[in-house]
Ligand binder design. Structure first.
Ligand code: ADP
Ligand code: NI
Length: 220
């Protein structure tokens, strides 16, 4: 079994499947998660075949776009993987990772059981913070017709997947409801290190955002 060939073929299929995605869930998100997972996975001595395939397939059928049905992702992944020479052990490991993957609200714990799962989850979460994370949040907000910011609306930490799914809050609130919480949710030491700088950048961005909102003038 040529693992590299399988990875390349799956990557190509995923790239085609994600064409024309405008909500921030595009091929380039998958690509960044794949490369980041590769970097973290090597440092954390994970099984790279599982890591790379799970990273490539992690958003193949996101539950947010299927009325909250979170069984579609693993099903689609299994469908794709069985067409290649991938053992049942590896397939079920990848499907388990994909099933646990999606963040389901600030107070809902999603525990990854294996190092491979932890690595892919970290890579996905890292793509939601920092400069890319800021860009993705506003892209998603625009796609959902959400206001950038509403000064009178306080952020709410949601307790369940249903509440998170229904959320109508502003994009700036999303930073407080999710993005600023991710730094402390990284599983691996490698991701924690990377998250620090990205978190600081978001804090700087928010400071400036509120200053500019109030018309403050600064010269730095
Ligand atoms: P991921 O693919 O990283 O698991 P999600 O599916 O949760 O991410 O969301 C895709 C992107 O859209 C992320 O960057 C996330 O921060 C952003 N996003 C999700 N929900 C909102 C929201 N309510 N407001 C603004 N951005 C959001
Ligand atoms: Ni993702």
């Amino acid at each position: 079994m040529d693992k590299q060939k399988i990875i390349n073929e799956i990557a190509e299929k995923v790239r085609k499947a994600f064409k024309n995605e405008g909500s921030g869930h595009d091929w380039w998100h998958v690509y960044r998660v794949w490369k980041m997972a590769e970097y973290i996975g090597k440092k954390e001595s994970a099984d790279m075949f599982v890591v790379e395939l799970a990273a490539l397939l992690h958003d193949i059928a996101d539950w947010k776009f299927h009325d909250g049905d979170d069984t579609i992702g693993p099903k689609k992944a299994r469908e794709l993987l069985t067409k290649h020479e991938v053992s049942e052990d590896v397939i079920s490991h990848i499907c388990e990772i994909i099933a646990i993957m999606a963040f389901k609200g600030a107070e809902v714990k999603t525990e990854m059981k294996t190092i491979e799962g932890k690595v892919v989850q970290d890579a996905d979460r890292l793509d939601a913070i920092g400069a890319i994370g800021i860009g993705r949040a506003f892209t998603y907000g625009g796609y959902k017709n959400r206001p950038m910011y509403g000064p009178n609306k306080k952020p709410v930490l949601r307790q369940s997947k249903e509440e998170y799914f229904k959320s109508e809050s502003s994009t700036i609130n999303h930073f407080y409801e999710k993005l600023l919480l991710l730094k402390n949710r990284m599983n691996t030491k490698t991701a924690k290190e990377i998250a620090k700088g990205r978190h600081e950048l978001m804090e700087m961005f928010l400071d400036r955002f509120f200053q500019e909102w109030e018309g403050e003038i600064y010269n730095y």
